[in-house]
Design a protein around this ligand. Structure first.
Ligand SMILES: Cc1ncc(COP(=O)(O)O)c(C=O)c1O
Length: 438
C-alpha cells in the first residue's frame, strides 16, 4: 500500500510540489493528503485511513461526497451522451431556477471556476461603466488571476504600504496591474466614502465578499453592507458581491438574501455544482446583456457550462430546495457551534470560530470578533498546524491553508454523530494545546 510520503515522492517528479493546486500541500502533514476514495461525510486516504471530512472541497462539497442525486445526474449525462459545447434545455432550466434564487440575478452565465467567474464579470463591469479601476477590500479573495490577485492579502510586513502600492500576491503579476486596484479596509464606511470621493470618477466597481470567509470569517457589521450599497449607487459604481463561497451556505439566496442587501452583480460557485466544476456570474439585465452576442463584451469558452456540471447543478438545486436540506444544515451548525463555544468557554481559550451556515473559520489569538483583515494578524499559524495535525491523528480532516485562519465546513451528508465525534476530537486536541491558546 502506498503511503502519503511515497506518493508525494512519486508525484513530485511530474507535478510541481506533487499537486495540481498549490494549496493542496498540507503543511500540517508535511505532504499533500492523497485520497483513495470518498463517500458521504468521509474520505479515505491512500493509506486506508478513514476521516470525517471538514474540508468539503473548500466549500464546494455542500452535498457531501457521491451524493445519490449527483450519481443520478452523472448517469443521465452518460445517457444523453453529455453533448458538450451545445446549449440544451437544461442550461435554460438551471439559469431560470438560479435567477429565481439569487436576488440580483436577472440573467446568468456559467463557467467552471470561481476565478473564471470573477474575471469575466470584472470585464463586464468595466465595459458598463467605461472605467477601469477596482475598489477592493483587504482580506477578501476573488481568484488567482492578474486582475485581482493584488492587494488582498499582504503579509503583515507589507501591510502598511498596501494602500499606497497594492501588494502583488504572486511573482509574475506585472506591477502595472496594481495601478488598477484601490484597496480599502472591510467594515469601514468612512474609508470607502473617502475612496469613492477620491476615485469614484475612475472606479468601475466595488468588489467584496459579503462575508469575509477568506480572512478568518469576518462578518459585515450591522449597517455596513447597506452603507456600501448606498455609496455605490449614489456614485454610479457597480456593486459586485463575490459569493463564490457564500452562495447557498445558509440559504438559496446567498449572503445577499441573508443580509437583505442586493448588489448589481455577483459571482456564485463552489456548492452550486454539487461537487462538479460549475460557477456562474449574474446580475442586472443591463450589465449582463453587454455580453456578446447581445452586446460587445466577449465571454466564450469550449467548456463553458459543460452539460455534466449543468445536470449536477440541477440535481444540487433540487436537493437544496427540499425543506430538510437547510433544516439539517442548521441542526449541524447549532450542534457544532454550541459544542465549540462550550469548549472555548470551559478552557478559557483565546480563539473564535465565526460561522455563517455550513462554513466556519478558526481564528486564533483573540476572543472578540475581527472587524478587518489586520485584526487577524494575531493568528498563530504554527499553532493552527498543530491543531490540524492533532485532529488528523484522530481521524478528523481539516485542510491546511498555510496555517491561516481559514474556512472549514460540513455537508448535508454529515450527521449529528459526526459532529459529536469532531467535538470530542477538538476538545482533546485543544485541551492539550491549552497553554498556547491564550
Ligand atoms: C470568494 C471567492 N472568490 C473566488 C474564489 C476562486 O474560486 P476557484 O478556486 O474556484 O477559482 C474563491 C475560492 O476559494 C473564493 O472563496
Amino acid at each position: 500500500m502506498p503511503t502519503l510520503k511515497s506518493q508525494y515522492a512519486k508525484a513530485r517528479k511530474v507535478l510541481p510540489g506533487g499537486v495540481n493546486s498549490s494549496v493542496r500541500l498540507n503543511r500540517a502533514l508535511g505532504v499533500p493528503f492523497y485520497v483513495a476514495r470518498a463517500r458521504g461525510s468521509r474520505v479515505w486516504s491512500i493509506e486506508g485511513r478513514e476521516f470525517i471530512d471538514l474540508c468539503c472541497a473548500h466549500g464546494a462539497g455542500l452535498l457531501g461526497h457521491a451524493h445519490p442525486a449527483i450519481e443520478r445526474a452523472l448517469r443521465k449525462a452518460m445517457a444523453l451522451g453529455y453533448a458538450n459545447s451545445f446549449e440544451t434545455e437544461y442550461h435554460e432550466e438551471l439559469a431560470r431556477k438560479l435567477c429565481a434564487c439569487i436576488p440580483c440575478a436577472d440573467r446568468i452565465r456559467f463557467c467552471s471556476s470561481g476565478s473564471e467567474a470573477t474575471l469575466h464579470l470584472i470585464r463586464a463591469c468595466r465595459a458598463f461603466t467605461g472605467r477601469d479601476k477596482i475598489i477592493r477590500v483587504e482580506g477578501h479573495f476573488h481568484g488567482y488571476h492578474e486582475l485581482i490577485y493584488i492587494g488582498g492579502h499582504p503579509p503583515p510586513v507589507a501591510f502598511g504600504q498596501n494602500r499606497v502600492h497594492p501588494y502583488l500576491e504572486s511573482p509574475g503579476i506585472p506591477a502595472a496591474f496594481a495601478d488598477f486596484l484601490i484597496p480599502v479596509p472591510f467594515n469601514d464606511v468612512a474609508a470607502l466614502t473617502r475612496a469613492i470621493a477620491d476615485h469614484g470618477h475612475e472606479a468601475a466597481m466595488v468588489i467584496m465578499e459579503p462575508i469575509n470567509y477568506n480572512s478568518g470569517g469576518i462578518m459585515p457589521q450591522p449597517g455596513y453592507l447597506e452603507a456600501v450599497r448606498k455609496l455605490t449607487r449614489d456614485a454610479g459604481i457597480v456593486l459586485f458581491f463575490d459569493e463564490i463561497q457564500s452562495a447557498f451556505k445558509k440559504s438559496p439566496g446567498g449572503a445577499q438574501g441573508d443580509f437583505g442587501v442586493t448588489p448589481d452583480v455577483c459571482t456564485i460557485g463552489k456548492a452550486i455544482g454539487g461537487g462538479l466544476p460549475l460557477s456562474a456570474f449574474c446580475g442586472r439585465a443591463e450589465i449582463m446583456d453587454l455580453f456578446q452576442p447581445v452586446g460587445p463584451v466577449q465571454h466564450s469558452g469550449t467548456f463553458n457550462a459543460h452539460l455534466i456540471p449543468v445536470l449536477a447543478g440541477l440535481a444540487f438545486l433540487e436537493e437544496a430546495t427540499k425543506p430538510r436540506f437547510y433544516s439539517h444544515l442548521r441542526k449541524l451548525e447549532g450542534a457544532f457551534h454550541s459544542g465549540v463555544d462550550q469548549i472555548i468557554k470551559t478552557g478559557d481559550l483565546g480563539m473564535i470560530v465565526p460561522h455563517h451556515g455550513a462554513r466556519f473559520n478558526i481564528l486564533l489569538g483573540r476572543k472578540t470578533p475581527a472587524l478587518r483583515y489586520e485584526d487577524t494578524f494575531c493568528h498563530d499559524k504554527g499553532l493552527m498546524l498543530k491543531i490540524i495535525k492533532g485532529c488528523y491523528d484522530r481521524g478528523v480532516y481539516f485542510h491546511d491553508y498555510g496555517g491561516g485562519p481559514a474556512h472549514h465546513g460540513f455537508s448535508v451528508q454529515h450527521t449529528v454523530q459526526d459532529i459529536a465525534r469532531v467535538l470530542d476530537v477538538l476538545a482533546e486536541v485543544l485541551g492539550k494545546l491549552k497553554g498556547r491558546l491564550r
